[in-house]
Design a binder for this molecule. Sequence first.
Ligand SMILES: *[C@@H]1O[C@H](CO)[C@@H](O)[C@H](O)[C@H]1NC(C)=O
Ligand SMILES: *[C@@H]1O[C@H](CO)[C@@H](O)[C@H](O)[C@H]1NC(C)=O
Ligand SMILES: *[C@@H]1O[C@H](CO)[C@@H](O)[C@H](O)[C@H]1NC(C)=O
Ligand SMILES: *[C@@H]1O[C@H](CO)[C@@H](O)[C@H](O)[C@H]1NC(C)=O
Ligand SMILES: *[C@@H]1O[C@H](CO)[C@@H](O)[C@H](O)[C@H]1NC(C)=O
Ligand SMILES: *[C@@H]1O[C@H](CO)[C@@H](O)[C@H](O)[C@H]1NC(C)=O
Ligand SMILES: *[C@@H]1O[C@H](CO)[C@@H](O)[C@H](O)[C@H]1NC(C)=O
Ligand SMILES: *[C@@H]1O[C@H](CO)[C@@H](O)[C@H](O)[C@H]1NC(C)=O
Ligand SMILES: *[C@@H]1O[C@H](CO)[C@@H](O)[C@H](O)[C@H]1NC(C)=O
Ligand SMILES: *[C@@H]1O[C@H](CO)[C@@H](O)[C@H](O)[C@H]1NC(C)=O
Ligand SMILES: *[C@@H]1O[C@H](CO)[C@@H](O)[C@H](O)[C@H]1NC(C)=O
Length: 421
Amino acid sequence: MPVILSAALFALLCFPFVAIAQQSTKDLTQLLQSNQNLSEFTTLLTSYGDIYANLSFQSGLTILAPNNDAFNKIPYSSLGPAFEANQSQIVRSVLQYHILPGLHPSKSYNGSFSFDRTWLQNGSYTNVSAGQVVGGVQQSGPVNIFTSGMGSRSTLVTPDLQFTGGIVHVIDTFLIPPQTFIQTVPQFNLTAAGGAVENASLADYVNTHKDLTLFVPQNAAFQVLGGTLESMPASQLQRILDYHIVNSSTVGYSSSLPNGTVLRTRNGQNLTITFASNSLFVNQARVLQQDLLLANGVMHVIDNFLDPNAPSVTANPEVATAPPLIQGTSLSDNLVPFTSYLPTSVTSFDTASATPTSSFGASDIGKGTSAFASAAASASSSSTHTSSKKKSSAERVEAPRMAVTVAGGFFGTFCWVMGAL
Ligand SMILES: *[C@@H]1O[C@H](CO)[C@@H](O)[C@H](O)[C@H]1NC(C)=O
Ligand SMILES: *[C@@H]1O[C@H](CO)[C@@H](O)[C@H](O)[C@H]1NC(C)=O
Ligand SMILES: *[C@@H]1O[C@H](CO)[C@@H](O)[C@H](O)[C@H]1NC(C)=O
Ligand SMILES: *[C@@H]1O[C@H](CO)[C@@H](O)[C@H](O)[C@H]1NC(C)=O
Ligand SMILES: *[C@@H]1O[C@H](CO)[C@@H](O)[C@H](O)[C@H]1NC(C)=O
Ligand SMILES: *[C@@H]1O[C@H](CO)[C@@H](O)[C@H](O)[C@H]1NC(C)=O
Ligand SMILES: *[C@@H]1O[C@H](CO)[C@@H](O)[C@H](O)[C@H]1NC(C)=O
Ligand SMILES: *[C@@H]1O[C@H](CO)[C@@H](O)[C@H](O)[C@H]1NC(C)=O
Ligand SMILES: *[C@@H]1O[C@H](CO)[C@@H](O)[C@H](O)[C@H]1NC(C)=O
Ligand SMILES: *[C@@H]1O[C@H](CO)[C@@H](O)[C@H](O)[C@H]1NC(C)=O
Ligand SMILES: *[C@@H]1O[C@H](CO)[C@@H](O)[C@H](O)[C@H]1NC(C)=O
């Protein structure tokens, strides 16, 4: 009887652990090869041999891996031109943006956004200290969503694939590295704010200063004040706009703005955050869209202007829209002001200035182990990674095998003891 009981216990308790332990001993190469939906990603990753080598030697990582469907969507996204022309520096930055230090299992996400650092740190692509972030949230379904630049959303389709160095989450759309303010405003119909920043000679600051938090009035708020805003002295316009720019050393994502937070703006005056009735307010203004990621921080769209002459005004969550604090008149024909100052030739990803690389540099290959060097070499002998079908086993390269995981060892010992009972 005790024998049967302990055998039953052994089977019940140990089988799942043994299964988990075996699953987590896959290394990254084995994991990628075992999932047919990741064949395009595998080819892309192995053609950046140094990143791939680096990934394989790290532990405690989370990789957001775009599936083959995601590759099919590239031509229709702002990543299209860079991938089409194989702008390897840009593609490299895109890959780095899909790698998160730390373990972020799907269950660690809840109904509140978290903003997690990535390996994208190069100042040519980001000006967020310690690395650009990706937003993660669990929405009803439940379904996990990741948000990135230009308001993009990627859905987590296969969560929590374990490998020796961490976790792979399979996503259905590429993350877009956040772009500058001026590149991002047209996407959200914030053309008046974009033009006003140009007109007030604040564009360089707003586009490149590190770690900014911007509160950006919607076009309609500019529209009702168009005449007044366009005719006020430049210094006065700049003072108003400065009151919408928070230049602290940390970025104000919604997750770091609890009720009552006080933020110091570029003109030295404070703003007060209120969270009430499930809405976020800054002074009296209601946040309409939160956490639009930028190359150098974040912006939140607000319904009305913040008034530097009324810094102590508080939110009234009871009313849908607080009346504008700044009084004035619109332009004739109710035109949207400042839009003529918006540069006409702004495109996402500065593909013009980046030169395509026809081959992966020998010096880069040298940085990997010989196994990775041959990964890079075999991948670079194939056609571009945007074209599909090229799944020959010649492109699959063995990575150094990692040791059996600590967890596996622990549970193995546990089960051996159980078995001996
Ligand atoms: C690949 O994707 C298909 C369709 O989304 C899915 O049914 C299948 O389970 C996936 N395969 C793996 C190994 O995740
Ligand atoms: C950062 O990106 C630029 C432009 O692509 C590149 O020239 C430079 O080598 C990169 N720096 C690092 C440290 O990778
Ligand atoms: C969501 O998770 C974060 C940590 O990941 C935690 O700080 C926060 O309190 C959680 N929020 C809710 C509503 O559970
Ligand atoms: C691996 O990548 C991390 C994050 O970008 C970087 O800090 C580290 O220097 C890289 N290591 C190697 C050996 O390239
Ligand atoms: C980051 O800031 C530097 C210095 O101001 C600037 O040259 C660079 O273009 C900025 N990067 C981005 C992505 O805007
Ligand atoms: C700003 O806009 C006003 C009104 O349109 C115009 O008179 C002024 O010249 C502009 N200043 C700059 C620097 O563009
Ligand atoms: C953009 O804003 C203007 C000004 O408020 C508005 O008239 C227009 O309908 C908006 N366009 C879109 C696409 O929302
Ligand atoms: C913010 O900008 C103002 C005006 O340029 C400057 O005086 C202040 O030192 C800046 N604060 C930070 C934290 O950079
Ligand atoms: C802004 O807030 C800080 C910290 O809460 C406070 O020390 C400072 O006096 C405030 N500044 C103004 C102009 O109210
Ligand atoms: C936020 O603070 C305000 C004023 O301090 C308070 O009235 C409100 O109830 C607080 N909201 C929450 C969700 O605690
Ligand atoms: C694209 O760039 C990558 C990385 O530099 C390289 O491995 C690959 O061979 C290039 N593809 C083409 C078609 O030039």
